[in-house]
Design a binder for this molecule. Structure first.
Ligand SMILES: [Zn+2]
Length: 507
């Protein structure tokens, strides 16, 4: 049913994607540890899998998308202690902020967003099963470790070998571990720390076990896609496989493993800059969104393939803002055209109006196949964006003709369907926010040295002339506005106006 191909980290190959159950996709993505705000790097992972989810939905799959919140963790506990706040109250606060930030970025909500603190029973049960099956051991101190040597498949995702883990270990080996690669499933509580009861005494889960337990709870013991950032391949995902396959006896835990590349902050010459708390240059999404509209940010994230590094710079933000302006101005004019009662077919227009009309017809007719091919090729958002930009250029050129209103509504509707497809899948090209458009209009007016009131007054004068059937006067006002670069759009819902877009090369 689908020609989708995905690069699988597990097989190190691009594979034809076939879900275990026809028509259904079960997907798990590692979410955030919620003790700080979502920054531009976190957003890369969130955005990458948002598009995977959107494309699977668009392809007709019934998708269960699980993205967890890590709300129990050393860093959360440390931060809570610092702030004198209850750790779960703190993480709940950051979850609410994260949801708000991702909402502003236009991300779809996952089907389920489970929290560690609500799955302690499942985590304890899975840990107990691993102990029973001889894959884990408890120590006198009340910690439980996973024994990596008990799992033959250890290292199959990352390619690491157990001997290498031993060789890489420094002198300060934890005495209670049997192998340096063994990792904590359960950590005994220290005094006053948040804890839950367990057969090994009060404590809390280690990091990796949560995803194994929550995936099993919400998706079953094997499922289709597991995703996360490239930095999670080892040890987190390697350990998830070990825990899950040993606890359930089922394999593979996940059939396809997907990993997104890093976002790198770069200067305008393209040289990487380290982003860190200590340097004070971590860019939180909420702060960035106060400066740059989500419409532009999404373009920035979509232009790079998810597996490649994403260079992030102020210069690129500026470029993406300009690109967003062209995309949404093209959409605006197409919407106005689509509402007109012009019945000429696109083919007739292409014959009558020359090469710009013909180019738009060609671009529109080829769009869906080219866009689909790009997305089916391991979610090629960069190529899909290039297709959209080609369409935008063609639409803007066509719109800039004089007497553009004598265009085919049918062609505009077909073009809008292409914009809508890109909007549903990439989050670029659909209806922009009213705020985005208001700001854009204000900016273009300023650039043209016009006041919105001046334009509105002229539009009103033309309306009055039309109402009294003084067509010559109405046309004169239109000519005057046209000379200023203002295009009048008469539609069923009244007259709108927009500033002319040059059909130039940059979109
Ligand atoms: Zn995880």
């Amino acid at each position: 049913m689908s020609d989708l191909k995905i690069y699988n980290t597990l097989s190190r190959q691009v594979e034809v994607f076939t879900p275990a159950e026809a028509g259904k996709v079960r997907m798990y993505v590692c979410g955030m540890t919620v003790y700080a705000h979502c920054h531009i790097g976190h957003a890369r992972a969130m955005m990458s899998f948002d598009v995977v989810y959107r494309w699977l939905l668009e392809s007709g799959f019934d998708v269960t998308y699980v993205r967890n919140h890590t709300d129990v963790d050393d860093k959360i506990i440390a931060r809570a202690l610092e702030l004198g706040e209850d750790p779960l109250a703190l993480s709940q606060r950051f979850i609410a902020d994260l949801d708000a930030d991702l909402g502003r970025l236009g991300l779809l909500e996952p089907t389920v967003a489970p929290k560690v603190s609500e799955h302690i029973d499942q985590i304890v049960a899975m840990t107990a099963r691993l102990v029973d099956r001889g894959h884990a051991y408890a120590t006198d101190s009340g910690d439980v470790w996973f024994a990596v040597e008990s799992f033959e498949g250890y290292g199959k995702l990352s390619g690491r070998k157990l001997d290498d883990l031993r060789a890489g270990e420094r002198v300060a080996v934890n005495e209670s571990k049997r192998h340096p690669g063994d990792f904590a499933l359960w950590k005994a509580a220290t005094d006053g720390e948040i804890s839950w009861p367990s057969p090994w005494g009060p404590g809390r889960p280690g990091w990796h076990i949560e995803c194994s337990a929550m995936a099993a709870e919400h998706l079953g013991t094997t499922f289709d896609i597991h995703g996360g950032g490239i930095d999670l391949v080892f040890p987190h995902h390697e350990n998830e496989i070990a825990q899950s396959e040993c606890a359930t006896g089922d394999h593979p835990f996940a059939r396809t493993w997907m990993h997104n590349g890093h976002l790198t902050l770069v200067d305008d010459e393209g040289n990487p800059i380290k982003m860190s708390k200590s340097l004070g240059n971590v860019i939180d999404i909420r702060d960035l969104l106060d400066e740059v509209p989500a419409e532009a940010l999404r373009i920035l994230y979509m232009e790079s393939h998810y597996r490649r590094p994403l260079p992030f710079s102020a210069a690129r933000l500026t470029d993406c803002l300009m690109a967003a302006e062209r995309v949404y101005l093209a959409r605006e004019v197409l919407e106005a055209m689509a509402a007109l009662p012009v019945t000429a077919s696109p083919e007739e227009l292409a014959g009558d109006l020359g090469e710009d009309a013909a180019a738009l017809v060609e671009s529109v007719r080829g769009f869906k196949a080219a866009f689909t091919a790009a997305m089916n090729d391991d979610f090629g958002t960069g190529r899909a964006m290039a297709e959209l930009f080609d369409l935008v250029r063609a639409a803007n050129r066509y719109a800039n003709h004089k007497k553009w209103w004598k265009r085919s509504a049918a062609l505009a509707q077909e073009a809008l369907a292409c914009f809508d497809l890109a909007g549903r899948v990439l989050g670029v090209g659909g209806r922009p926010s009213a705020e985005f458009f208001a700001e854009l209009t204000a900016k273009l007016l300023k650039r043209a040295g016009l006041g919105a009131d001046d334009v509105a007054a002229k539009v009103a004068a033309r309306e009055a002339a039309r109402a009294s059937k003084d067509w010559a006067a109405a046309d004169a006002v239109r000519e005057e506005l046209d000379a200023l670069g203002v295009v009048i759009m008469d539609g069923a819902d009244g007259t709108r106006w927009r500033l002319n877009v040059d059909g130039g090369s940059a979109a």
